[in-house]
Design a protein around this ligand. Structure first.
Ligand SMILES: [Zn+2]
Length: 506
C-alpha cells in the first residue's frame, strides 16, 4: 500500500470486496463481517477446547497389536537360568549420570554393559510394561498409562515365578505386574499414598527383599525421577539423588552377597530427564539408558557396550528364570543381541497420514496464501515462524518430555511465543490496509490453522491416542499458538474494511 494510493479518491461504484467473495449468496458486508467474526471466534474456542481434548487423549490406552499370551519354558540355550534374579530399576536416571556412578560402574565392569532403547513414550509404567512382557508400547497399547493396570498382563514375567517387588514410591507401578508381594500397599483412591516412614525404611526393606528366597526380586528406586521433576536433570539435587541411588545399589548387592554365586543382577533405568526436568519424548538422552547385567553366569563382554532394546532385555530376564518370551514379543535371543544392532522401535506416521497432512495442511496454507494475495504472501507464515522460534528459545523444543506442552492454558508457551504475537498483530494491521477485513483475518490466521491441521494429522489424531515423536508435541504447540491469533483475527473480521483496502483490487 503506497501513500499515493491512500490519497486517491475512491470510486463510489466499486463494490466492497467482501461481497464478491461469497459468490451466489451475495451476502452484504454488513452481514458477512459479523458472521465471519463469529465463525472465527468459534474456531478459536474450538482450537482451545480441541487442544484440551487432544492432550487428554494421550493418556488412553491404544490398540492392542500384539496380544499377550502365557509364556512357556525358556528356549534360548545361551542364557543359563539362575536361582535368583535381582532387578534394580533407578527411575529417571539418564545415561550420562549413570556413567558417573561408582558402584554401578564397578558392577558393569564385572558383567555386560548395555545401551538400552526403552521405546516411546518414555513413561515409567509403560516402560515397565515392556520390561516385564517384552511387548513394546505400540504392541501392547500401554502407551502413556499413569494409573495402575486393573489386571497384570497375562505375559508379565512376575506371574511365572515367585516374585517380590519393593518400590520407594508410586506403588501403582509395582502393583500392576503380578508380583506375589508388592510393597508399599496400593491405597485405592490415593495412588501416591505411602505408609508413615516408608521412604526412610525403604532401603532396608529393599535389602531384606533382595536377601529373601523369591526367585525374582524387583527394587524400584524413584528418588532420581522425583528430583528430576522438581529440580531438573541438570540440577545438583538430581546428581545427589543419583549418588544416593548408587549407594543403595551398593547396599543391595551387599545384601545379596550370601547367595552371590546363584544370583544374577540387572540394573537399569527406564528413561532420563531433560536438563530442566521432564520425560516422555523420544530424545536419545531420555530414551537410551545405561543397563548392566552382572553376577551368576555372566562374564565381562569384550569391553564394548552392547546396544539392545528393552524387549531384548525382557527376553533376557525371562531366560534368566527359565521362562520363555511372550509369544509375538519382539525381543531377540541373546546371541543376536550380542552380535548385532537392534532395529529402531520408534513409531512414525503412516504414508496415508503424510498424504492427508500434506493435502489438508498445505491446502489450508494455500488458501491463506491466496487470501493474502501476491504482495502479502508472508502474512500467513511470518508470525507462526517467529512464534515457534520464540517457543524453542524460551522453553526448549516442544517434545512430549517438555512439561510446557501439557497444561490447559499453555502459559509457558504463550509467554515464550511473544515474537509471534507482535508479528501477528502487525501483520493483521498491515493486511487490513490492503485487504478486506475478512480476507485479512483469514490470510493471517490461516497460517496457524495449516500448522494445526498438518501436525495433528501427523500425530495420528482420530485413530487412537495421538502419540508420535515430534508431531504430538508440535500439534499441542500449534494449537496454543493458533487460538489467540484466530481470536484476534475475529476482531479484525468484525471491523469495517478500511477505506484504503476497499479501493484496491486485492
Ligand atoms: Zn517421571
Amino acid at each position: 500500500m503506497s501513500g499515493a494510493a491512500a490519497t486517491r479518491v475512491s470510486s463510489p461504484t466499486r463494490r466492497p470486496p467482501e461481497a464478491a467473495r461469497v459468490g451466489a449468496l451475495r451476502l452484504s458486508p454488513r452481514l458477512l463481517r459479523p458472521l465471519s467474526a463469529l465463525l472465527l471466534l468459534l474456531v478459536a474456542v474450538g482450537l482451545y477446547q480441541g487442544r484440551r481434548a487432544f492432550i487428554r487423549s494421550f493418556f488412553a490406552d491404544g490398540e492392542v497389536r500384539v496380544a499377550g499370551a502365557p509364556r512357556g519354558s525358556a528356549t534360548d540355550a545361551e542364557i543359563a537360568p539362575v536361582e535368583r534374579l535381582r532387578v534394580v530399576l533407578i527411575d529417571g536416571l539418564g545415561a550420562a549420570h549413570a556413567e558417573a556412578l561408582p558402584n554401578l560402574s564397578e558392577r558393569c565392569a564385572e558383567g555386560v554393559e548395555l545401551r538400552v532403547d526403552v521405546g516411546f513414550p518414555t513413561v515409567s509404567l509403560p516402560v515397565q510394561h515392556v520390561l516385564w512382557t517384552g511387548r513394546t508400547q505400540q504392541e501392547s497399547g500401554i502407551l502413556y498409562r499413569i494409573p495402575a493396570l486393573a489386571e497384570p498382563p497375562v505375559d508379565a514375567l512376575p506371574r511365572f515365578v515367585s516374585a517380590r517387588a519393593v518400590a520407594e514410591s508410586h506403588p501403582a507401578i509395582v502393583h500392576s505386574f503380578g508380583f506375589d508381594v508388592a510393597e508399599p500397599p496400593l491405597v485405592a483412591g490415593d495412588p501416591e499414598a505411602l505408609p508413615p516412614g516408608w521412604r526412610e525404611g525403604f532401603p532396608a526393606r529393599a535389602a531384606a527383599a533382595v536377601a529373601g528366597d523369591e526367585r525374582l526380586v524387583f527394587v524400584h528406586i524413584l528418588r532420581v525421577d522425583e528430583a528430576g521433576h522438581t529440580a531438573g536433570g541438570a540440577s545438583p539435587e538430581y546428581a545427589a539423588a543419583a549418588a544416593e541411588a548408587d549407594a543403595i545399589l551398593g547396599d543391595l548387592v551387599g545384601a545379596g552377597e550370601a547367595d552371590a554365586g546363584s544370583t544374577r543382577w540387572l540394573v537399569l533405568a527406564d528413561h532420563g530427564h531433560r536438563p530442566d526436568g521432564g520425560h516422555g519424548g523420544p530424545e536419545p538422552a531420555i530414551r537410551v539408558v545405561r543397563a548392566c547385567v552382572f553376577g551368576a553366569g555372566t562374564a565381562p563382554a569384550s569391553g564394548s557396550t552392547i546396544d539392545a532394546t528393552l524387549s531384548d532385555i525382557a527376553r533376557l530376564l525371562g531366560g534368566s528364570v527359565g521362562v520363555g518370551p511372550s509369544p509375538g514379543a519382539a525381543g531377540r535371543p541373546w546371541s543376536e543381541v550380542v552380535a548385532g544392532d537392534p532395529a529402531a522401535q520408534l513409531p512414525s506416521p503412516s504414508l496415508g497420514r503424510w498424504i492427508a497432512a500434506a493435502l489438508v495442511g498445505l491446502g489450508i496454507l494455500a488458501a491463506a496464501l491466496v487470501a493474502a494475495g501476491r504482495r502479502l504472501r508472508w502474512a500467513p507464515l511470518a508470525w507462526p515462524t517467529l512464534a515457534y522460534v520464540g517457543v524453542v528459545a524460551g522453553v526448549g523444543w516442544p517434545t512430549l518430555s517438555n512439561p510446557a506442552i501439557y497444561p490447559p492454558v499453555g502459559a509457558a508457551i504463550l509467554g515464550a511465543a511473544w515474537p509471534g504475537w507482535i508479528a501477528a498483530v502487525l501483520t493483521l494491521f498491515i493486511a487490513r490496509r490492503h485487504l478486506s477485513s475478512v480476507r485479512a483475518a483469514v490470510a493471517v490466521a490461516g497460517g496457524g490453522w495449516a500448522l494445526v491441521a498438518g501436525t495433528a494429522l501427523l500425530a495420528g489424531v482420530g485413530d487412537g491416542p495421538p502419540l508420535q515423536p515430534i508431531w504430538s508435541a508440535a500439534a499441542s504447540t500449534a494449537m496454543i499458538l493458533a487460538w489467540p491469533v484466530t481470536a484476534a483475527a475475529a476482531v479484525v473480521a468484525a471491523m469495517p474494511t478500511s477505506a484504503s483496502a476497499s479501493r484496491e483490487p486485492g
